[in-house]
Design a protein around this ligand. Sequence first.
Ligand SMILES: C[S@@+](CC[C@H](N)C(=O)[O-])C[C@H]1O[C@@H](n2cnc3c(N)ncnc32)[C@H](O)[C@@H]1O
Length: 205
Amino acid sequence: MTPSLVDAEDGADFDAPFNIAGFWLWPVGSAPAVRTELGLELDPGGVFGSGLHPTTQLCLERLLELPPAACILDVGTGTGILALAALQLGVERAVLLDLDPRALEVAALNAARNGLSERVEIEPDGLRAVARRFPRVVANMPSAELIEIAPALIRVLGSGADLVLSGIYEAQLEEVRGVYRNLGLRTGLESTRAGWHCLEFWPSW
Ligand SMILES: C[S@@+](CC[C@H](N)C(=O)[O-])C[C@H]1O[C@@H](n2cnc3c(N)ncnc32)[C@H](O)[C@@H]1O
């Protein structure tokens, strides 16, 4: 059976600092004892994105490996964790969007908490309102959503862009991979944890 990604993680268990490949995440007021340049203080605020879920971790690990880019689009930002981490890793600017207005409020507060507000733009009108192309796009959401938004996601990819997708459980892996390949993308690196997969794609144009 495919586990549900929706409501899978609301930050309730996020009560102590931890790190993902050296990138620290900690709840408000619980900074790690070790001094770290790379990390985020997060208030999950009841939305997805504390870093505890494997799908978030897989995306973050891939973002840690990629070279800095001028801008990232974070589709389904939740707490803002992936976009804010990318900014700390050297990406200059981030555009965040989410269907859930509460997530946008939480993400904006987390940006401010980490001194990143000036490099963040919140897009309240969703993917259809995005008119420009990006060198890096990340989307962690259920497979059905990734399939539904595939044409819109491809429309915002610049030439040579990285598209990092997660939220894909193993039973849906072939289908999601096939949809994006059929739309003209080449497959990049893939990683997996606890049955969840993260796929990277590059445009062939
Ligand atoms: C699994 S959470 C990911 C949160 C965070 N990016 C992370 O990696 O932890 C998925 C988020 O995508 C949002 N979402 C789902 N479908 C969406 C869509 N079609 N467009 C924008 N956001 C969407 C949900 O509201 C939710 O906040």
